[in-house]
Write a protein of this length. Structure first.
Length: 214
């Protein structure tokens, strides 16, 4: 029985396509990329920013460092566009009422995640918000390990909940299993191929899965 639930943010709690997507689009224009759309940005929601800029768009190490700084400026302008997914608040409240300990484990900047959760009215539901901070914990595995240590939770007592293969792989590197969610930006095939224990299609199904004793 899992006791601690580690939630990804982008694509799991918050629909971040408009904020993250637009911020990356505007950043890439500085590097000569034109004609890209928000749909092209879906693949960028999940992996660390450095990975997206280097792997998907070929920026070198120095360019990535500068691009991330530019992205942060644009994201601050677009963050108001983020919204929680339908049903996620009810699911979180139910899970907390059922005795689960809830935390956020994201490669998003920690201060940004805290600010958004506060605006969504969800911050009081979480015992911990763990994310990237001052250049530390930029990888998912680092965030998950930090969250486990901060909460005093054993890996086999925790479950990662996320929408992309990066959540599954990062959690696995820290000894934690992942339940994939399908309302975000990944597919069932992506999640299961990466090693997710199962997938759920809605926040209500998430509650049902977890309260059936898994």
């Amino acid at each position: 029985m899992y006791e601690t639930l580690l939630f990804d943010f982008d694509g799991t709690i918050g629909n971040s396509l408009l904020s993250v997507g637009n911020a990356i689009l505007e950043t890439l224009k500085r590097y000569g990329f034109e004609g890209l759309t928000l749909e092209d940005m879906r693949k960028c929601i999940g992996p660390p920013l450095e990975y997206s800029f280097s792997h998907f768009f070929g920026l070198d190490e120095k360019e990535c460092e500068n691009a991330i700084a530019i992205y942060r400026e644009y994201h601050a302008r677009f963050a108001y566009l983020d919204k929680p997914f339908d049903g996620i608040e009810d699911a979180l409240r139910t899970l907390r009422d059922r005795g689960f300990r809830l935390a956020v484990a994201t490669t998003k900047r920690e201060s940004s995640a805290v600010s958004l959760l506060d605006r969504f009215g969800l911050l009081p539901l979480f015992d911990l918000v763990a994310g990237e901070a001052e250049g530390r914990r930029s990888e998912k595995s680092e965030v998950v390990r930090y969250a486990l240590e901060a909460l005093g939770a054993a890996p086999d007592e925790a479950l990662m909940i996320g929408d992309r293969l990066y959540d599954v792989e990062g959690a696995a590197a820290a000894g934690v299993k992942t339940l994939g969610v399908l309302w975000g930006f990944g597919s069932r095939e992506e999640l299961l191929s990466a090693g997710a224990v199962a997938t759920v299609s809605t926040p209500a199904e998430l509650v049902d899965y977890l309260t059936r004793g898994h």
